[in-house]
Design a protein around this ligand. Structure first.
Ligand SMILES: Nc1nc2c(c(=O)[nH]1)N[C@H]1C(S)=C(S)[C@@H](COP(=O)(O)OP(=O)(O)OC[C@H]3O[C@@H](n4cnc5c(=O)[nH]c(N)nc54)[C@H](O)[C@@H]3O)O[C@H]1N2
Ligand SMILES: Nc1nc2c(c(=O)[nH]1)N[C@H]1C(S)=C(S)[C@@H](COP(=O)(O)OP(=O)(O)OC[C@H]3O[C@@H](n4cnc5c(=O)[nH]c(N)nc54)[C@H](O)[C@@H]3O)O[C@H]1N2
Ligand SMILES: [Mo]
Length: 748
């Protein structure tokens, strides 16, 4: 009989929100929704199986060929030797020391992009960057896969750092609900994406807001290749992927053509319309960007474009743009053009009008909280000044010393000898994984911390087994949420795993930086210290937070910081008085034309928004690659996390690819059938789902399946990144172009 006397139930949180966990002894046995979440996900259900899975890295492991003779060519060969912690730490520390002495710290790449796990102290990115700073620095990465391109372009246009605009300058859901009459959503607003947020949102309420919008009679239009990118009840305007800029230009053309442009707004608040207008009207290239022109490119009928433009001019209109539009070649253009279109409508700075980015992309955008600083581990200063745009990692490894352009600057890629990764899975997230696999063979050493044997861990020379957040105590807190969690250590570390903090502490000791890294504190001392600092700051803002021991007892508390009252955003203040509250652009205005960008002289990003077709899209489809592949975020999980156990579920892998009945019929494919998705860069298996909710010619294969083949043949699990294109969005943004890919599909 099972002995339930040692059963416990506690709450913890994650990037996808809070959940209850039942433990028995040293095992997690079950999980359940957190009662306070009106719309929880099921992601947590896989945790008991994943945490105790055979794919956990059990002990420090060193690749045999590297251990024996420092052979770097065979990464991915799978032949590892397990070593005791002390020995493995000695070897890793000696190698780090050798590389920093022989080549300097600028030979260490520590960009280490990835989401890791929620929790403020055991935050893998903070830990690795603090450690690398304390031992002399590292080459860092700039931006993110999520919004790298937007972070480069939007400050030129709106004069505000992109994420600041998103979080501080856009209207809340409540303000939208009170004021907006028409919401035009490029790329949709998808509640399944809003389930996830850095640090977690506890009450998922995107659908609730849309219920309210519908009840009010707001017209919500999802513009994009998939009907499912918005809640049911929104209208759907199918457009070809990557053609949004053409559609926006045509909407702008109609405004100008029909005298609907708000010229008073343009004159007072913008710069450079006179440079843009001749392009729009076709006075430069002889091609007016009119609805007839756009109909061909976008697949949207001419009269639909005219009707939409008139409606947008007549009503309080909010244009929203999902992050996916800038995760594509020339992703700068729809972002810039959406701001220009909003400026022509003249509603920027009015409640519920203008343009907003990333609503629904992650939870929290649109939520309104009183500002309250977070709880963060100080990462220290990086003595190495060099950094690369994050998605250029394979280029960097392949082209040491070669110059590259980025946002007006030009300089050489560093010559990387050591790659150090903790809390990310580049062999899930990077584009063109077969190319990355080649690039990955170049450094002299690769060190990875991972709880599981991911494709990245399998390509490391030294793998340290890391604990999951269920095996260590932490604090859960996100600035977009009004809950505060003590995340208890639910079970002891599985197998031989150690916390990232303990691993870095062990290395720092050996490298003479132990005291500097730990400041003499153990993990619990750090939690108390950071929490006390956070609590003191909260008190100063008049917000009462329980002390650490009380929070431990209570497990979680709600903070009184939710605030749905209207607060004028920076754009509203700019509108009220543009001279007193100018934007941070060179002109102080919204830049429809940017001299700064024009002076960069880039062929792929001119001085005003321009229609630039990407190298791969339906307009460039070929007989061998006739379908546009979009690779959205997975609905049932977070990226590649917890995948080990998902792989065991019957029918869960390979991943599902959504395709239109016409495309399926042409290829003799039935729903549920196994297929092969392929192009010149690679191939993977997938399972077909046939649906009318996707535009014909487009297929959607979500990210998240583990890249399962080292040889670059056919990935059996269905990771779309064997197919995607690894080029920067442009010389300006150098973001990821994940949504730019043509493929074909065949019955397997
Ligand atoms: N084709 C295509 N590709 C994409 C995208 C796309 O839209 N299309 N989207 C991109 C975007 S926006 C993103 S953000 C990325 C996401 O890519 P990643 O953030 O790299 O994906 P994750 O699966 O979250 O990787 C986190 C890894 O950290 C490990 N981990 C978890 N907790 C800990 C810990 O405490 N310590 C350590 N050491 N490790 C831990 C997990 O097991 C996992 O392997 O993917 C990008 N890739
Ligand atoms: N459940 C879940 N939610 C997540 C994540 C997760 O892993 N799981 N990851 C989170 C992360 S890190 C991020 S960055 C965000 C990303 O959030 P987004 O970037 O907004 O989301 P995606 O899922 O990449 O894409 C959304 C939709 O854009 C559409 N799309 C693609 N290309 C185009 C185009 O050219 N034009 C138009 N109009 N539409 C296009 C596709 O149909 C796709 O379904 O999601 C977050 N939310
Ligand atoms: Mo992301």
């Amino acid at each position: 009989m099972t002995d339930y006397t040692d059963c416990k139930t506690q709450v913890t949180t994650s990037h996808w929100g809070a959940f209850e966990v039942d433990t028995q002894g040293d095992k997690i046995v079950a999980t359940r929704h957190f009662a306070g979440d009106p719309s929880p996900t099921e992601i947590h259900k896989i945790i008991p199986a994943a945490v105790h899975h055979r794919a956990r890295v059990a002990r420090p492991s060193i690749r045999r060929a590297w251990l024996d003779n420092r052979d770097r060519s065979g990464r991915g060969d799978g032949d590892y030797v397990e070593l005791p912690w002390d020995e493995a730490l000695d070897i890793a520390a000696a190698e780090i020391d050798r590389i920093r002495k022989e080549h300097g710290n600028e030979a260490i790449y520590g960009g280490s992009y990835g989401w890791g796990s929620a929790g403020r102290f055991h935050h893998a990115q903070s830990q690795i960057h603090r450690f690398l700073n304390k031992i002399g620095g590292y080459v860092a990465s700039f931006g993110s896969y999520s919004t790298g391109c937007a972070q480069a372009i939007m400050p030129h246009v709106l004069g505000i750092p992109f994420l600041k605009y998103t979080y501080d300058c856009q209207d809340s859901w409540a303000t939208i609900g009170d004021n907006t009459e028409t919401m035009v959503m490029f790329g949709g607003i998808n509640p399944k994406n809003a389930q996830v947020s850095m640090g977690g949102i506890t009450e998922h309420d995107t659908e609730t807001w849309f219920d309210r919008f519908a009840a009010k009679g707001m017209y919500c239009l999802n513009v994009g290749p998939q009907r499912t990118d918005s809640v049911a009840g929104c209208d759907w305007l199918p457009v070809k992927p990557a053609s949004d800029t053409a559609l926006m230009l045509a909407l702008a053309f109609v405004l100008e053509d029909e005298g609907l442009t708000d010229h008073a707004f343009i004159d007072q608040y913008t710069t450079g319309f006179d440079r843009f207008r001749p392009y729009l009207m076709g006075e430069i290239d002889g091609q007016p960007k009119n609805p007839d022109w756009a109909a061909e490119l976008t697949g949207v009928a001419t009269d639909q474009i005219r009707t939409l433009a008139r409606r947008m001019a007549r009503t309080r209109t909010l244009i929203t743009v999902s992050w996916s539009l800038q995760r594509a070649e020339h992703g700068e253009q729809p972002y810039w053009m959406s701001a220009v279109l909003a400026a022509m409508l003249g509603q920027i700075g009015l409640p519920g009008g203008g343009v907003g980015y990333g609503y629904g992309a992650i939870g929290g955008i649109g939520k309104s909280m009183r500002p309250l600083g977070g709880m963060t581990l100080d990462q220290g200063e990086n003595p190495v000044r060099q950094s690369i745009p994050v998605a250029r990692v394979a280029d960097m490894l392949l082209n040491p010393g070669q110059d590259y352009d980025f946002n007006g600057e030009r300089g050489p890629y560093p010559d990387i000898r050591l790659v150090y990764w903790a809390g990310g899975n580049p062999f899930h997230h990077h584009q063109d994984l077969n190319r990355l696999h080649k690039a990955w063979q170049r450094p002299e050493c690769v060190i990875v911390h991972e709880p599981w044997w991911t494709a990245t861990a399998k390509r490391a020379d030294i793998v340290f087994p890391a604990t999951t957040p269920y095996e260590r105590e932490d604090i859960g807190r996100s600035s977009m949420d009004d809950y505060l969690f003590n995340m208890p250590a639910l079970v002891p570390p599985v197998d031989g795993a150690r916390d990232d903090y303990a691993i870095f502490g062990g290395l720092a000791d050996r490298l003479g930086a132990g005291a500097d890294f730990t400041e003499g504190r153990g993990a619990e001392d750090w939690l108390r210290t950071l929490f006390t600092q956070y609590r003191d700051r909260a008190e100063k803002s008049g917000i009462t937070v329980p002390d650490f021991d009380r929070l431990r007892q209570e497990n979680w508390v709600r903070l009184p910081i939710r605030d749905d009252s209207y607060r004028p955003s920076q754009m509203a203040l700019f509108r009220q008085d543009p001279l007193q509250n100018p934007l941070g652009t060179p002109s102080g205005n919204i830049e429809i034309f940017s001299s700064t960008i024009e002076e960069f002289g880039y062929a792929d990003c001119a001085g005003h928004p321009t229609w630039l077709p990407p190298s791969e899209w339906l307009g460039a489809a070929t007989p061998v690659a006739p379908l546009h592949l979009v690779s959205p975020q997975p609905g049932d999980k977070l990226h590649s996390q917890l995948e080990a156990a998902l792989q065991d579920i019957d029918g869960a892998r390979p991943e599902t690819i959504v395709m239109h009945p016409t495309d399926a019929k042409d290829r003799g494919i039935e729903s549920g059938q196994l297929v092969r998705v392929f192009n010149g860069r690679g191939a993977c298996r997938a399972r077909a789902k046939i649906s009318m909710d996707i535009l014909a010619g487009v297929v959607a294969l979500p990210t998240g399946a583990w890249f399962g083949d080292a040889q670059g043949n056919i990935d059996p699990n269905g990771n779309p990144n064997v197919l995607t294109l690894d080029v920067g969005t442009s010389l300006l943004g150098q973001g990821s172009s994940a949504h730019t890919a043509l493929v074909d599909v065949a019955a397997a």
